[in-house]
Write a protein that binds this ligand. Structure first.
Ligand SMILES: Cc1cc2nc3c(=O)[nH]c(=O)nc-3n(C[C@H](O)[C@H](O)[C@H](O)COP(=O)(O)OP(=O)(O)OC[C@H]3O[C@@H](n4cnc5c(N)ncnc54)[C@H](O)[C@@H]3O)c2cc1C
Length: 478
Protein backbone atom coordinates (compact mmCIF):
# COMPACT_ATOMS: atom_id res chain seq x y z
CA UNK A 1 0.00 0.00 0.00
CA UNK A 2 1.07 3.57 -0.67
CA UNK A 3 1.05 6.54 1.73
CA UNK A 4 1.39 10.20 0.83
CA UNK A 5 2.63 12.54 3.53
CA UNK A 6 2.54 16.30 3.65
CA UNK A 7 5.47 17.11 5.88
CA UNK A 8 4.95 20.57 7.40
CA UNK A 9 8.20 22.30 8.35
CA UNK A 10 8.63 26.04 7.99
CA UNK A 11 5.40 26.43 6.04
CA UNK A 12 2.77 26.27 8.78
CA UNK A 13 -0.26 27.31 6.77
CA UNK A 14 -2.95 25.76 4.60
CA UNK A 15 -3.30 28.83 2.38
CA UNK A 16 -1.07 29.41 -0.64
CA UNK A 17 1.31 26.61 0.26
CA UNK A 18 3.05 25.29 -2.87
CA UNK A 19 4.00 21.87 -1.47
CA UNK A 20 0.53 21.35 -0.03
CA UNK A 21 -0.98 22.34 -3.39
CA UNK A 22 1.12 19.73 -5.20
CA UNK A 23 0.30 17.16 -2.50
CA UNK A 24 -3.49 17.58 -2.75
CA UNK A 25 -3.33 17.66 -6.57
CA UNK A 26 -1.43 14.39 -6.60
CA UNK A 27 -3.82 12.49 -4.33
CA UNK A 28 -6.41 10.23 -5.87
CA UNK A 29 -9.50 9.24 -3.83
CA UNK A 30 -8.18 5.81 -2.80
CA UNK A 31 -4.80 6.92 -1.51
CA UNK A 32 -3.91 7.08 2.16
CA UNK A 33 -2.47 10.34 3.41
CA UNK A 34 -1.08 12.01 6.49
CA UNK A 35 -0.40 15.58 7.64
CA UNK A 36 2.79 15.41 9.68
CA UNK A 37 4.85 17.76 11.85
CA UNK A 38 7.99 16.54 13.57
CA UNK A 39 9.26 18.50 16.51
CA UNK A 40 12.89 17.87 15.79
CA UNK A 41 14.74 17.55 19.07
CA UNK A 42 18.09 18.77 17.70
CA UNK A 43 16.75 22.08 16.45
CA UNK A 44 14.94 22.66 19.71
CA UNK A 45 18.09 22.55 21.83
CA UNK A 46 18.75 26.21 21.30
CA UNK A 47 15.22 27.55 20.93
CA UNK A 48 14.21 30.05 23.59
CA UNK A 49 10.93 29.57 25.48
CA UNK A 50 9.21 32.54 23.80
CA UNK A 51 10.00 31.18 20.38
CA UNK A 52 8.79 27.69 21.31
CA UNK A 53 5.58 29.19 22.63
CA UNK A 54 5.09 31.12 19.39
CA UNK A 55 5.65 27.91 17.42
CA UNK A 56 3.23 25.91 19.58
CA UNK A 57 0.54 28.58 19.26
CA UNK A 58 0.96 28.45 15.50
CA UNK A 59 0.89 24.64 15.39
CA UNK A 60 -2.16 24.63 17.63
CA UNK A 61 -4.03 26.93 15.26
CA UNK A 62 -2.93 24.93 12.21
CA UNK A 63 -4.11 21.71 13.87
CA UNK A 64 -7.48 23.30 14.68
CA UNK A 65 -7.86 24.53 11.11
CA UNK A 66 -7.29 20.99 9.85
CA UNK A 67 -9.68 19.63 12.52
CA UNK A 68 -12.37 22.00 11.26
CA UNK A 69 -12.03 20.41 7.83
CA UNK A 70 -12.29 16.92 9.35
CA UNK A 71 -8.54 16.13 9.28
CA UNK A 72 -5.76 16.08 11.80
CA UNK A 73 -2.19 17.31 12.11
CA UNK A 74 -0.12 14.48 13.52
CA UNK A 75 2.52 16.11 15.71
CA UNK A 76 5.30 13.98 17.10
CA UNK A 77 8.85 14.54 18.33
CA UNK A 78 12.14 12.90 17.54
CA UNK A 79 14.52 12.70 14.63
CA UNK A 80 12.79 13.24 11.28
CA UNK A 81 14.51 10.30 9.60
CA UNK A 82 13.58 7.92 12.40
CA UNK A 83 9.95 9.06 12.49
CA UNK A 84 9.53 8.80 8.72
CA UNK A 85 11.31 5.43 8.67
CA UNK A 86 8.99 4.09 11.36
CA UNK A 87 5.92 5.25 9.43
CA UNK A 88 7.31 3.83 6.18
CA UNK A 89 7.58 0.36 7.72
CA UNK A 90 3.80 0.04 7.52
CA UNK A 91 3.68 0.80 3.78
CA UNK A 92 5.21 -0.46 0.58
CA UNK A 93 5.78 3.04 -0.70
CA UNK A 94 5.78 6.47 0.94
CA UNK A 95 5.82 9.75 -0.97
CA UNK A 96 6.66 12.80 1.08
CA UNK A 97 5.74 16.29 -0.06
CA UNK A 98 7.56 19.21 1.53
CA UNK A 99 8.90 22.66 0.77
CA UNK A 100 12.57 23.49 0.24
CA UNK A 101 14.68 24.98 2.99
CA UNK A 102 18.10 26.52 2.35
CA UNK A 103 20.03 25.57 5.48
CA UNK A 104 22.59 22.81 5.43
CA UNK A 105 21.12 21.07 8.47
CA UNK A 106 17.69 20.82 6.76
CA UNK A 107 19.24 19.59 3.55
CA UNK A 108 21.27 16.95 5.38
CA UNK A 109 18.06 15.78 7.01
CA UNK A 110 16.37 15.61 3.59
CA UNK A 111 19.24 13.53 2.19
CA UNK A 112 18.82 11.02 5.03
CA UNK A 113 15.07 10.78 4.40
CA UNK A 114 15.71 10.19 0.69
CA UNK A 115 17.95 7.26 1.58
CA UNK A 116 15.12 5.30 3.24
CA UNK A 117 14.52 2.56 0.68
CA UNK A 118 10.77 2.92 0.11
CA UNK A 119 10.55 6.69 0.65
CA UNK A 120 10.48 9.41 -1.98
CA UNK A 121 10.80 13.11 -1.13
CA UNK A 122 9.37 15.78 -3.43
CA UNK A 123 10.48 19.34 -2.65
CA UNK A 124 8.97 22.61 -3.86
CA UNK A 125 9.97 26.27 -3.79
CA UNK A 126 7.81 28.07 -1.25
CA UNK A 127 9.88 29.95 1.32
CA UNK A 128 11.34 32.17 -1.41
CA UNK A 129 10.02 33.70 -4.61
CA UNK A 130 12.67 31.99 -6.73
CA UNK A 131 14.34 28.61 -6.38
CA UNK A 132 17.88 28.70 -5.04
CA UNK A 133 19.34 28.08 -8.50
CA UNK A 134 17.31 30.69 -10.33
CA UNK A 135 18.72 34.08 -9.40
CA UNK A 136 22.26 33.50 -10.60
CA UNK A 137 24.92 35.57 -12.37
CA UNK A 138 25.17 35.25 -16.15
CA UNK A 139 28.03 32.77 -15.67
CA UNK A 140 25.73 30.56 -13.53
CA UNK A 141 27.48 31.40 -10.27
CA UNK A 142 25.62 32.65 -7.18
CA UNK A 143 25.64 36.32 -6.32
CA UNK A 144 27.58 37.39 -3.28
CA UNK A 145 26.56 41.06 -3.36
CA UNK A 146 23.02 42.20 -2.63
CA UNK A 147 22.53 44.99 -5.20
CA UNK A 148 23.23 42.93 -8.36
CA UNK A 149 21.24 40.06 -6.81
CA UNK A 150 18.25 42.34 -6.31
CA UNK A 151 18.60 43.79 -9.83
CA UNK A 152 18.50 40.29 -11.34
CA UNK A 153 15.62 39.44 -9.01
CA UNK A 154 13.57 42.34 -10.43
CA UNK A 155 14.50 41.41 -14.02
CA UNK A 156 13.20 37.87 -13.48
CA UNK A 157 10.16 38.89 -11.45
CA UNK A 158 6.67 38.79 -12.93
CA UNK A 159 3.34 38.43 -11.16
CA UNK A 160 3.17 34.73 -11.96
CA UNK A 161 6.00 34.34 -9.45
CA UNK A 162 3.74 35.34 -6.59
CA UNK A 163 0.53 33.74 -7.70
CA UNK A 164 -1.64 31.98 -5.15
CA UNK A 165 -1.28 28.17 -4.93
CA UNK A 166 -4.68 27.27 -3.47
CA UNK A 167 -4.71 23.72 -2.20
CA UNK A 168 -8.14 22.11 -2.50
CA UNK A 169 -8.47 20.03 0.64
CA UNK A 170 -12.17 19.36 0.02
CA UNK A 171 -11.29 16.56 -2.37
CA UNK A 172 -9.54 14.55 0.36
CA UNK A 173 -11.56 11.81 2.08
CA UNK A 174 -11.30 11.84 5.86
CA UNK A 175 -11.56 8.04 6.09
CA UNK A 176 -8.35 7.74 4.07
CA UNK A 177 -6.34 9.70 6.62
CA UNK A 178 -3.69 7.51 8.22
CA UNK A 179 -3.45 7.62 12.03
CA UNK A 180 -0.01 6.37 13.13
CA UNK A 181 -0.32 4.08 16.16
CA UNK A 182 3.30 3.11 16.62
CA UNK A 183 4.55 6.64 17.18
CA UNK A 184 3.90 8.81 20.20
CA UNK A 185 1.75 11.87 19.65
CA UNK A 186 3.12 15.13 20.99
CA UNK A 187 0.35 16.88 22.89
CA UNK A 188 0.51 20.47 21.69
CA UNK A 189 -1.99 21.87 24.24
CA UNK A 190 0.01 20.24 27.03
CA UNK A 191 3.18 21.72 25.54
CA UNK A 192 1.57 25.15 25.52
CA UNK A 193 0.50 24.86 29.14
CA UNK A 194 4.09 24.17 30.16
CA UNK A 195 5.40 27.49 28.80
CA UNK A 196 4.25 30.71 30.37
CA UNK A 197 7.09 32.79 28.95
CA UNK A 198 5.19 34.92 26.45
CA UNK A 199 6.98 37.12 23.94
CA UNK A 200 5.73 40.33 22.41
CA UNK A 201 4.33 38.57 19.33
CA UNK A 202 1.59 35.98 19.55
CA UNK A 203 1.72 33.03 17.17
CA UNK A 204 -0.87 31.67 14.75
CA UNK A 205 -2.03 32.43 11.24
CA UNK A 206 -4.88 34.71 12.36
CA UNK A 207 -2.40 36.97 14.20
CA UNK A 208 -0.12 37.04 11.17
CA UNK A 209 -3.00 37.99 8.87
CA UNK A 210 -4.01 40.77 11.27
CA UNK A 211 -0.47 42.18 11.17
CA UNK A 212 -0.22 41.95 7.40
CA UNK A 213 -3.56 43.70 6.98
CA UNK A 214 -2.65 46.39 9.49
CA UNK A 215 0.63 46.99 7.69
CA UNK A 216 -1.14 47.17 4.31
CA UNK A 217 -3.61 49.73 5.70
CA UNK A 218 -0.95 51.85 7.34
CA UNK A 219 2.77 51.20 7.89
CA UNK A 220 3.74 50.15 4.38
CA UNK A 221 2.97 53.65 3.05
CA UNK A 222 5.51 55.27 5.37
CA UNK A 223 7.92 52.36 5.78
CA UNK A 224 11.00 54.13 4.40
CA UNK A 225 10.34 57.16 6.60
CA UNK A 226 9.91 55.37 9.91
CA UNK A 227 11.56 51.96 9.67
CA UNK A 228 14.81 53.05 11.32
CA UNK A 229 13.30 54.57 14.45
CA UNK A 230 12.92 51.98 17.19
CA UNK A 231 10.48 54.03 19.28
CA UNK A 232 7.95 54.00 16.44
CA UNK A 233 6.09 50.97 15.12
CA UNK A 234 7.43 51.57 11.63
CA UNK A 235 7.93 47.98 10.44
CA UNK A 236 5.63 45.03 9.82
CA UNK A 237 6.63 42.65 12.70
CA UNK A 238 6.09 39.79 10.29
CA UNK A 239 9.52 38.13 10.59
CA UNK A 240 8.51 35.23 12.89
CA UNK A 241 5.49 34.55 10.66
CA UNK A 242 7.68 34.60 7.57
CA UNK A 243 10.27 32.40 9.20
CA UNK A 244 7.79 29.66 10.12
CA UNK A 245 5.86 30.16 6.88
CA UNK A 246 2.70 31.09 8.77
CA UNK A 247 2.48 33.95 6.30
CA UNK A 248 4.00 33.11 2.94
CA UNK A 249 6.46 35.20 0.98
CA UNK A 250 4.13 35.24 -2.05
CA UNK A 251 1.37 36.71 0.13
CA UNK A 252 3.75 39.51 1.14
CA UNK A 253 4.63 40.21 -2.49
CA UNK A 254 0.95 40.24 -3.50
CA UNK A 255 0.20 42.62 -0.64
CA UNK A 256 3.05 44.94 -1.54
CA UNK A 257 2.35 44.99 -5.28
CA UNK A 258 -1.38 45.47 -4.79
CA UNK A 259 -0.59 48.54 -2.71
CA UNK A 260 2.09 49.68 -5.14
CA UNK A 261 -0.32 49.49 -8.07
CA UNK A 262 -2.72 51.83 -6.29
CA UNK A 263 -0.15 54.23 -4.93
CA UNK A 264 1.08 57.70 -5.83
CA UNK A 265 4.71 58.22 -6.84
CA UNK A 266 5.68 59.49 -3.37
CA UNK A 267 4.24 56.40 -1.68
CA UNK A 268 5.73 53.92 -4.11
CA UNK A 269 9.28 54.47 -2.82
CA UNK A 270 8.10 53.55 0.68
CA UNK A 271 6.59 50.30 -0.59
CA UNK A 272 9.56 49.44 -2.79
CA UNK A 273 11.85 49.83 0.20
CA UNK A 274 9.83 47.13 2.00
CA UNK A 275 10.02 44.85 -1.05
CA UNK A 276 13.78 45.31 -1.05
CA UNK A 277 13.94 44.16 2.57
CA UNK A 278 12.05 41.01 1.59
CA UNK A 279 14.72 40.54 -1.07
CA UNK A 280 17.47 40.83 1.58
CA UNK A 281 15.85 37.81 3.20
CA UNK A 282 15.87 35.96 -0.12
CA UNK A 283 19.51 36.99 -0.68
CA UNK A 284 20.59 35.56 2.69
CA UNK A 285 18.66 32.35 2.00
CA UNK A 286 20.64 32.03 -1.21
CA UNK A 287 23.91 32.64 0.62
CA UNK A 288 23.08 29.87 3.12
CA UNK A 289 22.23 27.54 0.29
CA UNK A 290 25.29 28.16 -1.86
CA UNK A 291 27.84 28.83 0.88
CA UNK A 292 26.81 26.34 3.51
CA UNK A 293 30.11 26.67 5.41
CA UNK A 294 28.84 30.02 6.76
CA UNK A 295 26.99 28.11 9.49
CA UNK A 296 30.35 27.77 11.25
CA UNK A 297 32.83 29.97 9.44
CA UNK A 298 33.14 33.52 8.22
CA UNK A 299 31.95 34.06 4.66
CA UNK A 300 35.29 35.79 4.05
CA UNK A 301 37.39 32.92 5.32
CA UNK A 302 40.47 35.06 6.00
CA UNK A 303 38.58 36.79 8.83
CA UNK A 304 38.52 33.57 10.80
CA UNK A 305 42.14 34.46 11.56
CA UNK A 306 41.00 37.50 13.55
CA UNK A 307 42.17 37.40 17.11
CA UNK A 308 38.67 37.72 18.66
CA UNK A 309 38.41 38.20 22.42
CA UNK A 310 36.50 35.51 24.29
CA UNK A 311 35.84 37.63 27.35
CA UNK A 312 32.97 36.09 29.34
CA UNK A 313 32.59 39.07 31.66
CA UNK A 314 32.09 41.68 28.91
CA UNK A 315 29.88 39.26 27.01
CA UNK A 316 27.63 38.79 30.06
CA UNK A 317 27.34 42.57 30.49
CA UNK A 318 26.32 42.87 26.84
CA UNK A 319 23.73 40.07 27.22
CA UNK A 320 22.29 41.65 30.38
CA UNK A 321 22.11 45.17 28.94
CA UNK A 322 24.74 46.57 31.30
CA UNK A 323 27.36 48.00 28.96
CA UNK A 324 26.79 51.61 29.99
CA UNK A 325 25.75 52.55 26.42
CA UNK A 326 22.00 53.20 26.76
CA UNK A 327 20.97 52.30 23.21
CA UNK A 328 22.86 48.99 23.38
CA UNK A 329 21.42 48.18 26.81
CA UNK A 330 17.88 49.07 25.72
CA UNK A 331 18.15 46.71 22.75
CA UNK A 332 19.54 43.82 24.78
CA UNK A 333 16.90 44.27 27.46
CA UNK A 334 14.17 44.41 24.84
CA UNK A 335 15.46 41.13 23.44
CA UNK A 336 15.43 39.37 26.81
CA UNK A 337 12.04 40.75 27.81
CA UNK A 338 10.15 40.47 24.53
CA UNK A 339 12.07 38.00 22.36
CA UNK A 340 12.31 40.77 19.83
CA UNK A 341 14.57 43.64 18.80
CA UNK A 342 14.20 46.41 16.24
CA UNK A 343 16.40 45.99 13.14
CA UNK A 344 18.35 49.25 13.60
CA UNK A 345 19.11 48.28 17.18
CA UNK A 346 20.09 44.73 16.12
CA UNK A 347 22.73 46.34 13.91
CA UNK A 348 23.91 48.64 16.71
CA UNK A 349 24.25 45.91 19.36
CA UNK A 350 25.85 43.46 16.92
CA UNK A 351 28.36 46.05 15.80
CA UNK A 352 29.04 46.92 19.45
CA UNK A 353 29.73 43.30 20.40
CA UNK A 354 31.99 42.61 17.43
CA UNK A 355 33.73 45.96 17.09
CA UNK A 356 33.73 47.74 20.46
CA UNK A 357 34.12 44.54 22.49
CA UNK A 358 35.82 42.63 19.66
CA UNK A 359 33.99 39.45 20.63
CA UNK A 360 33.48 36.69 18.06
CA UNK A 361 30.22 37.20 16.10
CA UNK A 362 29.38 33.53 16.70
CA UNK A 363 28.76 34.26 20.40
CA UNK A 364 26.29 36.98 19.51
CA UNK A 365 24.66 34.89 16.80
CA UNK A 366 24.07 32.07 19.30
CA UNK A 367 22.70 34.42 21.96
CA UNK A 368 20.26 35.94 19.44
CA UNK A 369 19.28 32.43 18.33
CA UNK A 370 18.41 31.54 21.91
CA UNK A 371 16.26 34.63 22.47
CA UNK A 372 14.68 35.82 19.22
CA UNK A 373 11.17 34.67 18.40
CA UNK A 374 11.96 35.26 14.74
CA UNK A 375 15.30 33.44 14.79
CA UNK A 376 16.03 32.49 11.25
CA UNK A 377 19.36 30.85 10.60
CA UNK A 378 20.06 32.60 7.27
CA UNK A 379 18.97 36.12 8.26
CA UNK A 380 20.60 35.88 11.67
CA UNK A 381 23.88 34.61 10.29
CA UNK A 382 23.72 37.19 7.49
CA UNK A 383 22.98 40.02 9.94
CA UNK A 384 25.79 39.01 12.26
CA UNK A 385 28.37 38.58 9.54
CA UNK A 386 27.28 41.90 8.00
CA UNK A 387 27.83 43.65 11.33
CA UNK A 388 31.12 41.90 12.03
CA UNK A 389 32.36 42.73 8.48
CA UNK A 390 33.15 39.05 7.91
CA UNK A 391 30.17 38.40 5.62
CA UNK A 392 29.30 38.69 1.96
CA UNK A 393 28.46 42.27 1.09
CA UNK A 394 29.17 43.19 4.69
CA UNK A 395 29.67 46.59 6.22
CA UNK A 396 33.36 47.39 5.46
CA UNK A 397 35.44 46.91 8.62
CA UNK A 398 36.48 50.57 8.74
CA UNK A 399 32.85 51.73 8.97
CA UNK A 400 32.24 51.22 12.65
CA UNK A 401 28.97 52.49 14.09
CA UNK A 402 29.41 55.01 16.86
CA UNK A 403 26.75 53.89 19.37
CA UNK A 404 26.25 57.43 20.67
CA UNK A 405 25.74 58.98 17.23
CA UNK A 406 23.42 56.13 16.22
CA UNK A 407 21.44 56.69 19.40
CA UNK A 408 21.17 60.46 18.85
CA UNK A 409 20.11 59.98 15.24
CA UNK A 410 17.55 57.19 15.64
CA UNK A 411 16.26 57.70 19.18
CA UNK A 412 16.79 61.42 19.54
CA UNK A 413 14.48 61.99 22.52
CA UNK A 414 15.44 58.68 24.11
CA UNK A 415 11.89 57.31 24.12
CA UNK A 416 13.05 53.82 23.18
CA UNK A 417 15.87 53.88 25.72
CA UNK A 418 13.58 55.00 28.54
CA UNK A 419 11.12 52.23 27.80
CA UNK A 420 13.70 49.50 28.40
CA UNK A 421 16.20 51.17 30.72
CA UNK A 422 13.97 52.68 33.41
CA UNK A 423 16.97 53.82 35.49
CA UNK A 424 17.38 56.55 32.87
CA UNK A 425 13.76 57.65 32.72
CA UNK A 426 14.26 61.11 34.23
CA UNK A 427 17.22 62.07 32.05
CA UNK A 428 16.74 64.90 29.55
CA UNK A 429 17.55 64.17 25.90
CA UNK A 430 20.83 66.08 26.38
CA UNK A 431 22.17 63.24 28.58
CA UNK A 432 20.10 60.23 27.61
CA UNK A 433 22.72 58.99 25.12
CA UNK A 434 25.73 59.76 27.33
CA UNK A 435 24.70 59.59 31.01
CA UNK A 436 28.35 59.40 32.09
CA UNK A 437 28.80 63.04 31.04
CA UNK A 438 26.61 64.30 33.89
CA UNK A 439 28.14 66.00 36.90
CA UNK A 440 27.36 64.54 40.35
CA UNK A 441 24.83 67.35 40.91
CA UNK A 442 23.09 66.50 37.66
CA UNK A 443 23.11 62.82 38.61
CA UNK A 444 21.38 63.68 41.90
CA UNK A 445 18.89 65.89 40.09
CA UNK A 446 17.95 63.20 37.55
CA UNK A 447 17.92 60.38 40.11
CA UNK A 448 20.62 58.34 38.43
CA UNK A 449 24.05 57.78 39.96
CA UNK A 450 26.72 56.43 37.66
CA UNK A 451 28.03 53.04 38.79
CA UNK A 452 25.31 52.80 41.44
CA UNK A 453 22.10 52.95 39.41
CA UNK A 454 23.58 52.55 35.96
CA UNK A 455 27.09 51.49 34.86
CA UNK A 456 29.74 53.66 33.30
CA UNK A 457 30.67 52.62 29.73
CA UNK A 458 32.37 49.24 29.59
CA UNK A 459 34.79 50.57 26.94
CA UNK A 460 35.65 53.93 25.45
CA UNK A 461 34.42 53.77 21.88
CA UNK A 462 37.09 56.08 20.46
CA UNK A 463 39.94 54.19 22.13
CA UNK A 464 38.88 50.72 21.09
CA UNK A 465 37.98 51.77 17.56
CA UNK A 466 41.62 52.24 16.56
CA UNK A 467 42.68 48.96 18.15
CA UNK A 468 39.99 47.05 16.29
CA UNK A 469 40.85 48.76 13.02
CA UNK A 470 44.46 47.67 13.39
CA UNK A 471 43.36 44.05 13.98
CA UNK A 472 41.29 44.09 10.79
CA UNK A 473 44.08 45.81 8.86
CA UNK A 474 46.52 43.03 9.80
CA UNK A 475 44.27 40.51 8.05
CA UNK A 476 43.51 42.73 5.06
CA UNK A 477 47.25 43.40 4.50
CA UNK A 478 47.98 39.65 4.16
C1 LIG B 1 22.44 40.98 13.83
C2 LIG B 1 21.13 40.75 13.13
C3 LIG B 1 20.42 39.58 13.35
C4 LIG B 1 19.21 39.35 12.70
N1 LIG B 1 18.54 38.18 12.93
C5 LIG B 1 17.39 37.92 12.27
C6 LIG B 1 16.69 36.71 12.48
O1 LIG B 1 17.12 35.83 13.23
N2 LIG B 1 15.51 36.53 11.84
C7 LIG B 1 15.00 37.46 10.96
O2 LIG B 1 13.93 37.23 10.39
N3 LIG B 1 15.67 38.61 10.73
C8 LIG B 1 16.82 38.88 11.36
N4 LIG B 1 17.47 40.06 11.14
C9 LIG B 1 16.94 40.99 10.12
C10 LIG B 1 15.95 42.04 10.64
O3 LIG B 1 16.44 42.63 11.80
C11 LIG B 1 14.56 41.46 10.93
O4 LIG B 1 14.12 40.70 9.83
C12 LIG B 1 13.56 42.58 11.16
O5 LIG B 1 13.95 43.36 12.25
C13 LIG B 1 12.20 41.99 11.40
O6 LIG B 1 11.27 42.99 11.65
P1 LIG B 1 10.01 43.17 10.73
O7 LIG B 1 9.37 41.87 10.47
O8 LIG B 1 9.18 44.23 11.32
O9 LIG B 1 10.70 43.61 9.38
P2 LIG B 1 10.26 44.56 8.19
O10 LIG B 1 11.16 45.73 8.23
O11 LIG B 1 8.83 44.77 8.12
O12 LIG B 1 10.72 43.69 6.92
C14 LIG B 1 9.88 42.69 6.33
C15 LIG B 1 10.57 41.36 6.31
O13 LIG B 1 11.74 41.41 5.50
C16 LIG B 1 12.73 40.57 6.05
N5 LIG B 1 13.88 41.41 6.41
C17 LIG B 1 13.87 42.70 6.76
N6 LIG B 1 15.13 43.15 6.98
C18 LIG B 1 15.93 42.08 6.77
C19 LIG B 1 17.35 41.90 6.83
N7 LIG B 1 18.18 42.89 7.13
N8 LIG B 1 17.84 40.68 6.58
C20 LIG B 1 17.03 39.65 6.24
N9 LIG B 1 15.68 39.78 6.16
C21 LIG B 1 15.15 40.97 6.41
C22 LIG B 1 12.14 39.92 7.29
O14 LIG B 1 11.62 38.67 6.92
C23 LIG B 1 11.05 40.91 7.67
O15 LIG B 1 10.00 40.32 8.40
C24 LIG B 1 18.70 40.32 11.79
C25 LIG B 1 19.41 41.50 11.59
C26 LIG B 1 20.60 41.71 12.24
C27 LIG B 1 21.35 42.99 12.01
Amino acid sequence: MKLKIFWFREDLRLEDNRGLFEFTNSLNPNERFLFLYIKNENSFNFFGAKRIRFLYESLDELKKSLNNLGFDLFITKGKSTEVIKKISEEFEEVINYANEQPEIYSRNREEKVKKISNVQLNLYTDSTIFGFNEVLKDDGKPYTVYTPFSKKFFVLLNNDRYKNFKADLSKLHTEKEFKPKKILVFDISGGLNEIDDIGVIKGGRSEGIKLLKKFYDGGISSYKKFRDFPATKGTSYLSPFLHFGIIGIRECFRTAYSKLNKSQESESQEILTWIKELIWREFYYNISYHFSYTDKFSFKKEYDKLNWRYDEDSFRKWCDGKTGYPIVDAGMRQLKKEGWMHNRVRMIVAMFLTKDLFIDWRWGEKYFAEHLIDMDFSSNNGGWQWSASTGCDAQPYFRIFNPVLQSKKFDTEGDYIKKYVPELQYLPSKFIHTPWEMTSEEQEMYKMRINIDYPEPIVNHQDVKNLILSEFKKISAN
